[in-house]
Design a binder for this molecule. Structure first.
Ligand SMILES: Cc1cc2nc3c(=O)[nH]c(=O)nc-3n(C[C@H](O)[C@H](O)[C@H](O)COP(=O)(O)OP(=O)(O)OC[C@H]3O[C@@H](n4cnc5c(N)ncnc54)[C@H](O)[C@@H]3O)c2cc1C
Length: 567
């Protein structure tokens, strides 16, 4: 069987190697590929790294919204079982140094009690999947193994994309096998660059990054220090912030035993990483003397930026994740924003490739994700600036013994918690964002509820995330949704036949989900709510619209007129 007809499990793809070529098997590329494969789309992922090779130690937080996506992809449970030991506290602790006095603490349950402990600031969140603290070095191999097992998904490891082309019908990627140097061509219908911050695909589509090139410099060091836990008398924490006039930084527990990631936030005048004494700063942050033993596993100094590509697409090629945006990962929203991009793009591509989505449905991706990317990156940057101001204002007497020092620590500790709870329990970024200028959403002029980094109001205004609730039998609403559109009906007397028929006539996958009126929660203000495949609201009403066909045309991308934006 040649390159023109490949077998993927039960599927045989003719003419092209895959329907979608994905460049890069980072968290974003893998999520996109899994979501596509789950929808029956044949995907080839090309990745430079070895098969299942972990990345460098980077992101430590998988947001609740990302976990909801992973739940849909069937990998949430495996991820939840990995990371820190089950009982290890996931709290954020503010201290004078890692081994010094604790000023305050944000409670985030350990994974053993993550589903049951509601006492923390994120305990009330309406989600089946609370956030998860796990480093990318553990996350990615699990995603990789899960992706690799999907029928219809192939990953070419130790292979790089060295050139791309597109025509009206499809895309071509020139790939090079890194171990043999052999090059060949792969063909597909679409190509998605999930190839990280230095994306070649971004360049190939003529996109440029725009924004703020330097927000914060961070000297980042991954260390092994088996003796560190025992030096502290305070309860362990996932993230420990050292706040003292000498050096501010934070320490992430990676394995809960001996591995730690230290972020040394450089001061504005420290513009050269190499001129800052790494060892001295590490010891100041940890609060240990020259005799304390540790060894460096790796170093990855980085500059926090706020850069967003001026476009995410050129015809058949798209960019997602760090390829499309890079910013200070405040609130852990570097990787998680990319995972949201992937979940948005996957079903739109599948709709076109399955034949029920009009090609214009793909315009929704940039129309929806670009404004959100701007907003979230702005939140992150504003927060980074506020934190840097707070670091510069650490009271000089914060370590003073006795009641006066206790007062200072209590006051500053409270301020630290108040500022940071928004980023560590960022409900608004998880659940509050909405798509308010999409060509495939039927707006009804109701205003979208405003959101902040941590604050949000669950709502069924079209464009919002579908408000989640648990059914009477304890099951998650999200688990009851179909893979395509789902029409939630809260009154069995509402006749929806005309809408169901219109969907069927156009081949639009639509499931009807009847929900007893007593299960209905406040945000469901209408008898009918139409959920998209990505759990956002596409439409709502108290009866089927006068022209069900027009609604179906709208949601399949066949109405080219942009709908009037909600008020
Ligand atoms: C030091 C550091 C700390 C961070 N901390 C956080 C954090 O706390 N929270 C957070 O949310 N985010 C954090 N981030 C950001 C987060 O790691 C990224 O947002 C995330 O990895 C982006 O995922 P991605 O899949 O888009 O890109 P990447 O993870 O960069 O993956 C891109 C993949 O593409 C492959 N690739 C590239 N070019 C090619 C090619 N031509 N051919 C084949 N393969 C190719 C690469 O090998 C790589 O595997 C941090 C980043 C850094 C650097």
């Amino acid at each position: 069987m040649g390159a023109s007809a490949l077998q993927y499990g039960q599927m045989v793809i003719r003419d092209v190697d895959a329907q979608v070529l994905v460049v890069g098997a980072g968290p974003v590329g893998l999520t996109l590929a899994m979501d596509l494969a789950r929808r029956g789309i044949a995907v080839v992922v090309v990745e430079r790294r070895y098969r299942g090779e972990p990345p460098s130690v980077k992101c430590n937080h998988v947001s609740a919204r990302s976990m909801e996506i992973f739940r849909r992809l069937g990998v949430a449970a495996a991820l939840r079982d990995a990371g820190l030991p089950p009982e290890y506290p996931n709290d954020v602790s503010y201290r004078t140094t890692t081994t010094g006095r604790e000023l305050s603490r944000i409670h985030i349950p350990s994974r053993a009690t993550r589903y049951t402990d509601k006492s923390g600031p994120d305990g009330w969140w309406p989600t089946p999947e609370p956030p998860h603290r796990i480093n990318q070095i553990y996350l990615e191999p699990i995603l990789f193994a899960h992706a690799e097992a999907q029928p219809g998904l192939r990953i070419l490891s130790r292979t790089e994309v060295v050139g791309v082309q597109q025509s009206d019908d499809g895309v071509k990627a020139t790939i090079r096998e890194l171990d043999t140097g052999e090059t060949r061509t792969l063909t597909g219908r679409y190509l998605i660059g999930c190839d990280g911050g230095r994306s070649e695909i971004r360049r190939a589509i003529g996109a440029t990054l725009q924004g703020d090139a330097v927000v914060q410099r961070v000297q980042s060091t991954f260390i092994r220090a088996p003796g560190l836990l025992a030096l502290s008398t305070e309860k362990p924490a996932w993230s420990t912030f050292s706040t003292n006039p000498r050096r501010s930084g934070n320490v992430y527990a990676i394995d809960g035993r001996e591995l730690w990631l230290i972020h040394n936030y450089l001061r504005p005048d420290e513009t050269d990483f190499d001129s800052v004494d790494r060892d001295r700063c590490i010891r100041l942050i940890l609060g240990v003397g020259p005799e304390f033993p540790y060894n460096i596993v790796s170093k990855e100094d980085w500059i926090g930026r706020r850069l967003v590509a001026d476009r995410f697409r050129d015809r058949r090629m798209f960019i997602c994740g760090d390829a499309a945006h890079i910013w200070v990962p405040m609130a852990g929203y570097g990787m998680n924003a990319g995972i949201a991009d992937a979940a948005n793009l996957a079903w739109l591509l599948a709709a076109v490739l399955d034949g029920w989505g009009a090609p214009a449905i793909l315009d929704a991706h940039e129309a929806e994700r670009w404004p959100i990317t701007q907003q979230v990156s702005q939140f992150a940057m504003d927060h980074a600036i506020a934190l840097s101001r707070q670091r510069a204002a650490v009271p000089g007497d914060i370590e003073e013994p006795g009641p006066r020092g206790d007062d200072v620590r209590a006051r500053f500790g409270k301020e630290l918690c108040e500022l940071n709870v928004a980023q560590y329990c960022c409900g608004g970024l998880n659940f509050g964002y909405f798509y308010d200028r999409s060509p495939i959403i039927a707006y009804d002029r109701a205003p979208h509820p405003a959101y902040t980094m941590d604050g949000f109001t669950p709502s069924t205004v079209p464009g919002c995330r579908l408000p989640h609730f648990f059914r009477r039998d304890g099951r998650s609403l999200y688990d009851a949704l179909g893979a395509g559109y789902t029409l939630l009906r809260f009154d069995p007397r509402l006749d929806v036949d005309a809408l169901v028929t219109a969907a069927s006539d156009f081949g639009v996958p639509l499931d009807l989900l009847d929900i007893a009126p007593e299960e209905r929660i406040a945000p469901y203000t209408h008898g009918l709510t139409l959920a998209r495949p990505d759990q956002h609201v596409a439409w709502r009403g108290d009866e089927v619209p006068l022209s069900p066909v027009n609604l179906i045309r709208r949601i399949r991308g066949a109405l080219t007129m942009i709908p009037e934006k909600a008020a």
